[in-house]
Ligand binder design. Structure first.
Ligand SMILES: Nc1nc2c(ncn2[C@@H]2O[C@H](COP(=O)(O)OP(=O)(O)OP(=O)(O)O)[C@@H](O)[C@H]2O)c(=O)[nH]1
Ligand SMILES: [Mg+2]
Length: 305
C-alpha cells in the first residue's frame, strides 16, 4: 500500500469523526448562524485549536453565508485552509551536511514513541545511504537499551550503549566523540521518557544538552520532541514545557494511526510555530514519512483525492 493510502487509513478515525459531524450538521441546510455555530463546535472537538477554528468559521461566513453548501464543498474548503495553515511548518527530513555528524536529541514523555521513531529515522536515512549511529541514552531501563539494540541489529546501524543506570549525559558525550571520529552523517540520541511535570528529569535533560555541548559546541543541532497523537490536548502542555526546558527545533507526531485526535497537529503547529519534521502511522520501521501539508489535510478531512 502506498504511503498516502496508509496515511488515509491511519487517519480514518479522525476523518470519520469530522465527516459524521459534518453530515449531521449540514444535512439539507443553508449555512446559517446556527450551522456555523455547530461547525465551530465540531472543529474545536476535532482538536484543531481555537485560532484555526475561528479563522475558518470567519472565512466561511464571509464566503458562503446563507448559501446551500454541501459536505464535499466544506471538506475542500477545510482541506485548503488547513493546508495553508500547515505549510509554513513543513520541514524536510534532511540531514544538515555542515555537520559530521549532525547531532539529534530525541525527547518526549514515556511511551510517546521516541525509540521507535529513532529506528524509523534510521531506516529513512539508511535508504539514502547515510552513515548513521544510535546512542542508547535511555540508561534508565535495561530493556530500553535492549530495544534500541534490536532495532540497530535489524537496520544494521551501530548503537553506542552502556549498562543500565549509567549516566545518560556521559554516554551522550562519549557517543558524540565516537560519532565524530567515525565521521557519521547523523547521530540520533535516545533519551529516557519523562513526564513533563517531573522537574528532576527535566533538569537531567538540560544536563544532557549541556554535556553534549562540551564535546561539540554547536550541538545538539536538532532537539526533536516526539508526541503521541492519542494524548490530544495534553500535547500542548508537553510542547510548552519541553520547549521551555531544552528549546525544541521541531516535532514528530506518532500514533496518528487509530486515533480520532489527529487534528491536534494543526492546532499545535499554529500555536507554537514549530517545524513538523515527520509523522508516524504505525510500529514498523517504514511507518514514518516527512510531513506533507496537503496530504495530511486531505486525509484528515477524508477527501478522496
Ligand atoms: N500504532 C503506533 N504505535 C506506535 C507508533 N510509534 C510507536 N508506537 C508504539 O508505541 C509503543 C511505545 O514506543 P517506544 O518507541 O518504545 O516509546 P518511547 O517513547 O521510546 O517509550 P519510553 O522509552 O518508555 O519512554 C511501542 O509499542 C511502539 O511500537 C506509531 O506511529 N503508531
Ligand atoms: Mg524509549
Amino acid at each position: 500500500m502506498s504511503w498516502l493510502k496508509r496515511l488515509k487509513s491511519g487517519l480514518s478515525k479522525s476523518s470519520k469523526k469530522l465527516s459524521d459531524g459534518l453530515t449531521s450538521i449540514l444535512h439539507l441546510r443553508k449555512l446559517d448562524e446556527e450551522t456555523l455555530q455547530n461547525l465551530e463546535d465540531l472543529l474545536i472537538q476535532s482538536d484543531l485549536g481555537t485560532s484555526v477554528t475561528s479563522d475558518v468559521i470567519e472565512k466561511l461566513r464571509v464566503d458562503k453565508f446563507d448559501t446551500q453548501i454541501n459536505i464535499d464543498e466544506i471538506k475542500y474548503f477545510l482541506a485548503k485552509e488547513l493546508t495553508n495553515r500547515l505549510k509554513p511548518y513543513v520541514k524536510p527530513l534532511e540531514i544538515n551536511k555542515n555537520f559530521r555528524p549532525e547531532i539529534i536529541l530525541i525527547v518526549g514523555v514515556n511511551g510517546s514513541g521516541k525509540t521507535t521513531t529513532i529506528a524509523k529515522l534510521g531506516d529513512f536515512w539508511s535508504k539514502e545511504k547515510k552513515s548513521i549511529r544510535f546512542a542508547a541514552g535511555d540508561t534508565f531501563r535495561a530493556a530500553a537499551v535492549e530495544q534500541l539494540c534490536i532495532w540497530g541489529k535489524r537496520l544494521d546501524i551501530p548503537v553506542i550503549k552502556r549498562g543500565s543506570g549509567a549516566d545518560a549525559a556521559a554516554l551522550a558525550y562519549d557517543a558524540v566523540i565516537e560519532s565524530q571520529i567515525e565521521k557519521d552523517d547523523v547521530l540520533l540520541i535516545d533519551t529516557a521518557g519523562r513526564l513533563h511535570t517531573n522537574s528532576n528529569l527535566m533538569e537531567e535533560l538540560k544536563k544532557i544538552k549541556r554535556v553534549i555541548k562540551k564535546a561539540e559546541e554547536t550541538a545538539p543541532h536538532k532537539v526533536i520532541l516526539v508526541l503521541d497523537a492519542t494524548v490530544g490536548q495534553n500535547a500542548y502542555k508537553q510542547v510548552e514545557i519541553f520547549h521551555k526546558a531544552v528549546g525544541l527545533t521541531g516535532l514528530i507526531m506518532t500514533k496518528l494511526d487509530g486515533t480520532a485526535k489527529g487534528g491536534v497537529l494543526v492546532g499545535l503547529a499554529d500555536r507554537f510555530k514549530l517545524p513538523i519534521f515527520a509523522i508516524g502511522i504505525g510500529e514498523k520501521a517504514n511507518d514514518l514519512q516527512q510531513f506533507e501539508a496537503s496530504d495530511f489535510a486531505n486525509s484528515l478531512v477524508g477527501l478522496e483525492s
